[in-house]
Design a protein around this ligand. Structure first.
Ligand SMILES: CC(C)(COP(=O)(O)OP(=O)(O)OC[C@H]1O[C@@H](n2cnc3c(N)ncnc32)[C@H](O)[C@@H]1OP(=O)(O)O)[C@@H](O)C(=O)NCCC(=O)NCCS
Length: 152
């Protein structure tokens, strides 16, 4: 069954709807991803789909990058506030992680991470696969919380 074009958030990839009818296609955000990686066979679980733990690790790495820059130094992940696996990731997908600092506290930095997968190079499709929110704490050499320094 073909998906109606109105189900798409943006106009791209409509011709591929029959292959991905349960995965509404979208387009990548108009900004640089924090990291982009290819999902490899070694990242898959026994069913051949990408292991959620691999994705959680990548999300933590991506989220820590803006936190490290904002903290101007070491951070520790204190909480995964939310993590939604909206769609599966498949071996061979190109996975892009987009991050945004949403809150800066006294010692903490909360980062939103949005993840998109691009698949089927012959008939490209882009799917939003995950949304997560993580909190990092700026820590010193002693691994104790330290104030987040003022922004430049
Ligand atoms: C991160 C760590 C240094 C924080 O130390 P702490 O004594 O618990 O710190 P505090 O209670 O003073 O909280 C520090 C900040 O984190 C925030 N925080 C603490 N727990 C939180 C939670 N569950 N969710 C969201 N924010 C939280 C606090 O609100 C505070 O933010 P603010 O200063 O901006 O107001 C400590 O908990 C730690 O070392 N945890 C292990 C980190 C780690 O190893 N992560 C990788 C896991 S493999």
């Amino acid at each position: 069954m073909k998906m109606k074009s109105s189900s798409f958030t943006k106009g791209a990839n409509i011709e591929n709807a029959d292959m991905h009818e349960q995965h509404p296609a979208t387009t990548l955000p108009q900004r640089e991803p924090t990291i982009r990686v290819a999902a490899m066979p070694s990242d898959a679980n026994y069913t051949g789909d990408i292991f959620g733990g691999w994705l959680m690790g990548q999300v933590d790495i991506a989220g820590s990058i803006p936190a490290l820059h904002r903290a101007k130094g070491r951070v520790a992940t204190v909480a995964v506030n939310s993590f939604v696996f909206k769609q599966p990731i498949f071996v061979g997908d190109i996975v892009s992680f987009y991050t945004r600092i949403v809150k800066v506290g006294t010692t903490s930095i909360t980062v939103e991470v949005e993840v998109y997968a691009q698949r089927d190079p012959a008939k490209p499709v882009c799917v939003k696969v995950t949304e997560a929110m993580l909190t990092y704490v700026a820590v010193g050499e002693d691994r104790k919380p330290r104030p987040v320094p003022p922004e430049d």
